[in-house]
Design a protein around this ligand. Sequence first.
Ligand SMILES: O=C[C@H](O)COP(=O)(O)O
Length: 214
Amino acid sequence: MFVLVNLKAYPCDPVAVAEAAHDVAAESGVRIAVAPQAAHLERVAETGVETWAQHVAPISYGSHTGHTLAEAAAAAGATGTLLNHSERRLTLADVDGALDAAERADLETVVCANNPDQVAAAAALGPDAVAVEPPELIGGDVSVSTADPGIVEGAVAAAGAVDPEVDVYCGAGVSTGDDLAAAADLGAAGVLLASGVAKADDPRAALDDLVSGA
Ligand SMILES: O=C[C@H](O)COP(=O)(O)O
């Protein structure tokens, strides 16, 4: 199972979380990546943890003030990027353009989606993975794998029908090893989570608990 920790814009210490994630990944053998704010990419990557961008724009070099250029994210140490997160929605055309940008910069991609229909549309664009996240469960205490197992199974079926090479992750409310194990049982190849680690009093302990379910 892949554990992708999105730090969003939470007021956590990105380097401390990254160091904890790096150590837990090394000790457990579980693949863990951290997606910090763009301004923190370089410092997070310097810890040695697998580092992801939260978003890259559907642009190439040029006059694009305020946009995140995929090549800049890669130069700062990112090896992958989220796209179309529920809190950073894109049009379908922009998801396609951002996938092109990520491919140019050699970034692995996860396209987020609300439900199985969107998962199918996202999978058709050829990302490395899709992540299904019911928006109403994001930031909550109940994991998607418990609250809405059918949406995870539906996402796995939808992506598989379009392109079996596209991995399916799930997210929203995931915070424990039991949540991770439940997601795996439903067919997910990874989890996308944020508050369970970024808002934890002890991110290292939260990560240890998470990987216990892998
Ligand atoms: O990117 C992460 C997801 O939106 C899930 O967030 P959450 O773990 O706080 O529910």
